[in-house]
Each structure stands twice: as C-alpha cells, then as structure tokens.
Design a protein around this ligand. Sequence first.
Ligand code: NAD
Length: 411
Amino acid sequence: MNASTANQIYFRQAADELDLSDTMRSLLLTAKREVQVQVAAELDSGAVATFIGYRVQHNDARGPLKGGLRYHPEVDLDEVRSLAALMTWKTAVVNIPYGGAKGGIALDPATLSTRELERVTRSFVDAIHDLFGPDVDIPAPDMGTSAEVMAWIMNQYGKYRGFAPACVTGKPVEYHGIPGREEATGRGVGIVTLKLLSRLGRAIQGTTVAIQGFGNVGTHTAKFLRDAECRVVAISDASGGYHRADGIDVLEALRYAREHRGRLEGFVGGDRISNVELLALDCDVLIPAALGGVLTAANAEAVQAPIIVEAANSPVTPEADIVFAQKNVTVLPDILANAGGVTASWFEWVQNRQHYQWGVNRVRQELDRILGEAFEQVWQLSSSRQVSLRTAAYMLGVGRVARATVLGGIT
Ligand code: NAD
C-alpha cells in the first residue's frame, strides 16, 4: 500500500464519523497543486547533476500552506502528497492558522558536499520561487534538511523578492530563526507523551522508553524524557540500535553523536541491537522517530510496548494499526505527537512578521499550552465518541478544515 492510500484510510474513518458528504470528501482529498521540477546543480567536480524536486500544496482553507522539505533518496510524488495532506490535518489539530504542504528532493544528502547541497537548494528555489512566500506557502526542515538549508532558501528567495524572513521557518537563530524551534518537535513529542502517561494513570518516573532515530526529533525527545525522569532503554539510528536495561546515558549519547557527525556508530554505552529488535523491545513506550512505514502487519504482533508515540510521520501502517487496536496498544498519532515543530514554526513566522523576538521560555510556555489544549481535545473526543486517539485527532483536524471550507466558500 502506498503512503497516500494509507493516509486516506485514516481520513475516511474520520469522515465517516463526521458524516461528511462525498463532495466535501473529494474537496479535502484532492491536492490544490502538485509540482515536479528539474533541479540541476554543478558538483564540486565540475559535472552537472540533475535531481527531481517536488512541492505539493494540499489545502489552504485555514491559512497559508505550511510544510517541510525532505532530502532523501526515496522521496517521490506519492510520499510528498501523503505528507502534504498530513500537514493539513496536523495544523488543524493544533489549531494554528495554516494549511498543509510538503516538498522534497530525491537525493542522498550524505553523498553531497555542503557546497553542492547549497547549490542544489538554491536551484530548487529558482524553480519554485513563484509558488511560495510568507503569505502563500512556507517551507521548513524535515528529514535530511537543516537550519542551514533554510537559511539558503531565505537568502535565495530574497534575491527575487527582497528581505522576507517569514518565507521559510526553522532558520538558524543567528539568521532570523528563534530559540526553541529546533528542539520543538522532540520537546512536543515529550510533552504529549507525559500527558498520555498521566491520562492512562501511569507513573512517569522510571517509565521505560525505546526511541528509533537519533536525528533532530529523536535526540530532543530523548533529552526531554530523560529530564522528566523516564528511563530511555534504547536508541538507534541508521547504523543500528543500542540497548541498556538500566537506561542509556542520554547526555553521553548526545555528546557522542555531536562528535561523530550526528551518528551513533561506535557508541559503546549500550549493547548493539538491530532496528528490528528495537521495535520489539520490552518497554513501556515505543517511539519511532525516523522513517515512515516501520511498523507493519509483519512486525506488529512482535511489539511488546503498550504505548506507541508516532514521532515520525506515518510510522504505523493501517494494517499494523488494526493489530495494535486488537492488542489494546495505545497509539498517539503523528498529527498530534509531532505537531510541536510546526507550532514553533508558527511562532517563528509570527515573530519574523512583527520583527520582534520572544525569549525561549515564552516559546516553551506557548508550545506547552497549545499542545496541551490539542491533546485534551483529542483525548475528550476519543472518550466521548469511543474511537481511537488517531480517529479522534483526524476528526478534530478534518472537521476544522471542512468547517473553514464551508465558511470561506468554494469558488
Ligand atoms: P533527521 O534527518 O534529523 O534524523 C533522522 C534519523 O533517523 C537519523 O538519526 C537517521 O540515522 C535515522 N534513520 C535513518 N534511516 C533509518 C533506519 N532505516 N532505521 C533507523 N533509523 C534511521 O530527521 P528528523 O527531522 O529527526 O525527522 C525524523 C522523523 O520525524 C521524520 O519522519 C520526519 O518527517 C518527522 N518529523 C520531523 C519534524 C522536524 O521538525 N524535524 C517535524 C515533524 C515530523
């Protein structure tokens, strides 16, 4: 099953509960615009490489389009389309005034030098500068892209339109970004994990957690939960996993990764396990924070954790979701669990537009408030309608977009 078909299954479950008309369903399922462009750039060798870039603008009924930019070899139109729709529901779940979009370039950033990546990024902006901007569509980081990439985007966009820091978020703090944005997705994952534990009547202290992925989201999630006195028993990245029943020394792992170009390869603070073994570990909370589609019908039965928090986008396939429901595993869905990043992106955009700066404490307080409210609304809806947290989150998000579509009018 491809990624967009999978997300449409979740959409339909919510649309049935909301009793949406067929007209509204097709309006909400069809992307407003899908663009594929040639991205040509000179390599350090002098040769010219050609890549394919995508931007899918799914829905802007609630505000300007918003969504990340992914650099990964497996990026294709279907994946970007599915991630764009997820952004529409995500911004609506946390009730921030945006629609949903996503973009990407099919490339492996590890094979390019920094200068080559910069030329690729600027070439992509040259191809799509008419399609994005502060009031239109605002990109942000995702897998394989960073604050530095966002700085190049702002700079290149400025060559066409002049100074416009709000055209992209997730920028470096020293270049019109804000403190608290980089940590926000992982911090948000941590915030809603604690709220879920407390709603389920479980103690926080000593809760055992396994985290797949040790990039932006995985590292900040690990740090936040460690600070909250949870026990992070396993971490992993593309090089494999590391397990320690007494708890991984998260600060040591962070230090190690920082000193090794962000990678855990060679880390000795835990026994080596595979990423497959990590997903099946005996722990309280499993947090996939790397790729999509990692929990499937083939491995869902083996999962022992009673709670799964979707820090990555779409890590649980619909088939696995059914198995988890049968096993009584609580799944906190991506459109709520990882919404902290886009929420802090909104704070960055607001400050860029006002040419004003908040302190990091205000960013954290506002993040906590917005995610807390969204979590409670999803929890209440799930209880009152006797549906899963995923269906409740989709009902909240899809319902808000449908309402805005009616209020704004269609033509
Ligand atoms: P990242 O590029 O910073 O880190 C990705 C991590 O996953 C790395 O540690 C990498 O080694 C690891 N990884 C890659 N392939 C793997 C594999 N096969 N098995 C195990 N680990 C593997 O990316 P990120 O920004 O942390 O994003 C992670 C996930 O979170 C993605 O699904 C992304 O869409 C989602 N997300 C990110 C943000 C954000 O603000 N960065 C916001 C919302 C959702």
